[in-house]
Write a protein that binds this ligand. Structure first.
Ligand SMILES: *[C@@H]1O[C@H](CO)[C@@H](O)[C@H](O)[C@H]1NC(C)=O
Ligand SMILES: *[C@@H]1O[C@H](CO)[C@@H](O)[C@H](O)[C@H]1NC(C)=O
Ligand SMILES: *[C@@H]1O[C@H](CO)[C@@H](O)[C@H](O)[C@H]1NC(C)=O
Ligand SMILES: *[C@@H]1O[C@H](CO)[C@@H](O)[C@H](O)[C@H]1NC(C)=O
Length: 440
């Protein structure tokens, strides 16, 4: 009985194999990887629109999913027994990659590739002046909505105009990367419909307006949001819906107003980069909730307020703390000396006052400490070995009331740059000042 079933199975398998090879060999065009003729033609025409008319796809690559593959194009086999194009990657990645001609354009043939999962166009539309400027087609993208997962248009300085709102119909997108182009206008609200997105990178364009609230509330699977180096204005909206977020980079824009309290609910965030904006209103205490944060980069914002009252202790993972040029007053918080992973601390160009704790030197990984351009006072008590170890990555100049002295009280070979050795009188007046402060 058992043997009979086995034999039946073998016979069935042979039959299937036979039928399959018969079908493959009987393809009208004789190719080993059968495709719909329409699909093939669409790909050839689409590529021609990018690389130039002289490219003869049917001549050079008759069996494009089989024996004559094209660099940057890949195919998958589907249940209906046919091969379909799933990846198109154009641009100078490898020596034999498809490269754009100066007359490159998008063509409607792109939208006939009904199984396309990944489209990448890199360094293709080179400069707005070299040829007619190109815009992203405003229509038809919905035809790719059931398949497209990755869309990447990178380093196309000749790509101008807006991000088409129809991108919001690409509901299967996991990665949308439109970086280093010349795109302008506002970010379409419709991008908030892309609920499967893991990565949204719109950096280095000329996008303006506010970050749509829909992005901050809907994209629960987003891991990376990078809209740095644009011209975004207005307030930062709430980001409370981005519960998975690991990296948020909105640096180098014109954002103003307060940091939203909800940022603190991003428990998995490791990088927060808001450098070079116009953010103000002090550091909200809620940021203490960002317990995974490793990179806090907030420099060059007119934030104001004090940092000593902020509970730094909860940010135990912090590696890189850049609070340079933010209008902070008050003292250097002693609690940052408990953040043992810190490697980089920049507190320069603020209005910080008071003494510099020698405990900073006991941070085991510290390799850069910038304190210059404040109004710190008293005696720098670090050891000679500390200054030697830090080299140029220690800066304390432009603090007129700061002086240094070696721990042993002897003159040290090379003190911190731009800081005078303490004179007795300065020390005395400093000690008196500290006494006065305590008595008050
Ligand atoms: C492309 O190549 C095919 C096959 O070699 C040839 O028949 C056809 O004429 C060529 N087309 C052009 C436009 O050169
Ligand atoms: C945060 O990260 C942890 C550990 O990597 C993971 O288990 C958790 O699901 C993440 N939280 C969210 C909301 O994605
Ligand atoms: C910066 O923010 C302040 C206060 O929020 C605002 O008055 C000012 O216009 C902003 N500046 C720019 C250049 O946006
Ligand atoms: C620096 O602090 C001292 C007192 O410690 C004060 O007298 C002086 O005005 C301050 N200088 C500036 C520029 O704030």
């Amino acid at each position: 009985m058992k043997g009979a079933v086995g034999t039946q199975a073998v016979v069935l398998l042979l039959l299937v194999l036979h039928l399959h090879s018969f079908r493959v060999l009987s393809q009208s065009d004789g190719s080993a990887a059968p495709m719909e003729e329409k699909e093939k033609k669409a790909l050839y025409s689409m590529i021609q629109n990018f690389v130039g008319r002289s490219w003869n796809g049917s001549g050079l690559y008759p069996d494009l999913c089989g024996w004559t593959p094209i660099q940057g194009i890949s195919c998958d086999y589907f249940d209906n027994g046919l091969w379909y194009i799933t990846t198109v990657s154009i641009g100078p990645v490898l020596e034999n990659s498809l490269q754009c001609s100066p007359k490159a354009t998008f063509s409607h043939f792109l939208f006939e590739l009904s199984h396309l999962k990944s489209l990448s166009i890199f360094s293709c539309f080179s400069s707005p002046s070299a040829h007619q400027a190109i815009t992203i087609p405003p229509k038809n993208w919905e035809k790719l909505s059931s398949s497209l997962e990755t869309l990447e248009l990178r380093s196309n300085k000749g790509l101008i105009g807006q991000i088409p709102p129809v991108f919001g119909k690409l509901v299967n997108l996991k990665s949308l990367v439109l970086t280093e182009n010349s795109l302008s206008g506002e970010i379409p609200i419709e991008l908030g419909n892309l609920v499967r997105l893991n990565r949204l990178t719109l950096s280095e364009n000329q996008l303006s307006g506010e970050v749509p609230a829909s992005l901050g509330s809907n994209l629960a699977e987003l891991l990376i949001m990078d809209i740095s180096r644009n011209s975004l204005t207005g307030f930062l909206n709430a980001f409370g819906g981005l519960t998975s977020l690991l990296k948020l980079d909105l640096s180098n824009n014109l954002l103003s107003g307060n940091l939203p309290e909800e940022l603190g609910s991003l428990k998995n965030l490791t990088l927060l980069d808001l450098r070079n904006n116009n953010l103000s209103g002090g550091l909200p205490l809620s940021l203490q909730g960002m317990s995974s944060l490793q990179y806090m980069l907030l420099s060059s914002n007119p934030m104001g307020g004090r940092i000593e009252e902020f509970g730094w202790k909860t940010l135990q993972k912090l590696i890189y703390l850049d609070l340079s040029n933010m209008g902070f007053v008050g003292r250097i918080p002693e609690s940052i000396t408990e953040l043992k992973s810190l490697r980089f601390i920049a507190l320069d160009k603020n209005k910080l006052t008071g003494p510099v704790s020698t405990k900073l030197a006991s941070l085991p990984c510290l390799s850069a400490l910038y304190l210059n351009g404040n109004n710190l006072t008293g005696e720098l008590g670090f050891s000679e070995a500390f200054y030697e170890r830090m080299g140029r990555r220690f800066a304390s100049w432009d603090n007129p009331n700061l002086c240094y002295r070696s721990a042993a009280g002897r003159k040290i070979g090379k003190g911190p740059e731009g800081v005078a050795e303490c004179s007795v009188s300065l020390l005395k007046s400093e000690n008196k000042m500290i006494r006065d402060e305590r008595n008050n």
